[in-house]
Ligand binder design. Structure first.
Ligand code: ZN
Ligand code: FE
Length: 256
């Protein structure tokens, strides 16, 4: 496309503004994700309201939608209060979790498409951490809640190792450059555990070193990419559900 007089590339008329994705660290280790086009915003899993409201107001962003991945309070806790500030905002959540996410305005299920800020998100059913957990996919951006973590995966509270294995294999088939926006900063401890399981794995050791440097500098390790997870996430590398179950069991009891 031709550059404009100011030297900036002009989007073709009618094309949606590109979305920026940013993260807000809240609580101990949660991340709230913001998708915005410079004036309108959507949130994924606002655990709390105040810091998120402040972040949006400082940037003069109008909240249009909240996307929920699952019903746990560290994911939906801030939504009711944000709705009081922005009463017109939509709340997209699993239809199957209407009782546990009662303020949803748009119930969705796997395969549904969600129109958001001029872009289209795909909904993926990924029951495992909870029975109605969903993920949202934009081309190049995966919002996976507590299903896949950088170097790890979510606990199996209401689902099975089989379901988690299936979800992680579907994620693994996405383009390697897809950014993984998982909801917790668990990366360092996941990779320390993984390196203990596979002491001679050079790729794992190298990733752990990079992650530790970032954490020492107080920087987030999120997003990671599908390519990084394919290479160094033991749960994604698990050959079958039985191997994943064994890894999950070991991770559950690891206190290092
Ligand atoms: Zn959770
Ligand atoms: Fe969580």
């Amino acid at each position: 496309m031709p550059p404009s007089a100011s030297g900036q590339t002009q989007a073709p008329a009618g094309a949606p503004a590109p979305l920026t994705v940013e993260l807000i660290p809240v609580l101990n280790d949660n991340y709230v994700f913001v998708l915005h086009d410079g004036s309108r915003a959507a949130l994924v899993d606002p655990a709390v309201a105040e810091p998120v409201r402040h972040w949006l107001e400082q940037r003069d962003l109008e909240l249009e939608a909240v996307l929920q991945t699952h019903h746990h309070s560290d994911h939906i806790g801030g939504t009711p209060q944000l709705l009081r500030r922005w009463p017109g905002a939509r709340v997209v959540a699993a239809r199957a979790d209407r009782e546990r996410i009662p303020f949803q305005t748009e119930g969705v299920a796997g395969g549904d498409r969600v129109e958001l800020l001029g872009h289209t998100l795909e909904v993926l059913d990924v029951p495992a951490h909870t029975r109605a957990h969903i993920a949202y996919l934009l081309p190049g951006e995966l919002f996976c809640g507590d299903t896949l973590f950088a170097g790890g995966c979510g606990r199996l509270f209401e689902g099975t190792a089989d379901q988690m294995h299936d979800a992680l294999q579907r994620f693994a088939s996405l383009p390697g450059s897809t950014r993984v926006w998982c909801a917790h900063e668990y990366t360092e401890s996941n990779l320390r555990w993984a390196a203990r399981q596979r002491p001679s794995d050079a790729a794992l050791a190298e990733r752990l070193a990079v992650v530790q440097r970032r954490r020492h500098q107080g920087l987030p390790t999120i997003p990671s990419t599908i390519a990084e997870e394919r290479a160094t996430n033991l749960f994604m590398r698990a050959a079958d559900a039985a191997e994943l179950a064994e890894l999950r069991e070991s991770r559950n009891h690891w206190t290092g």
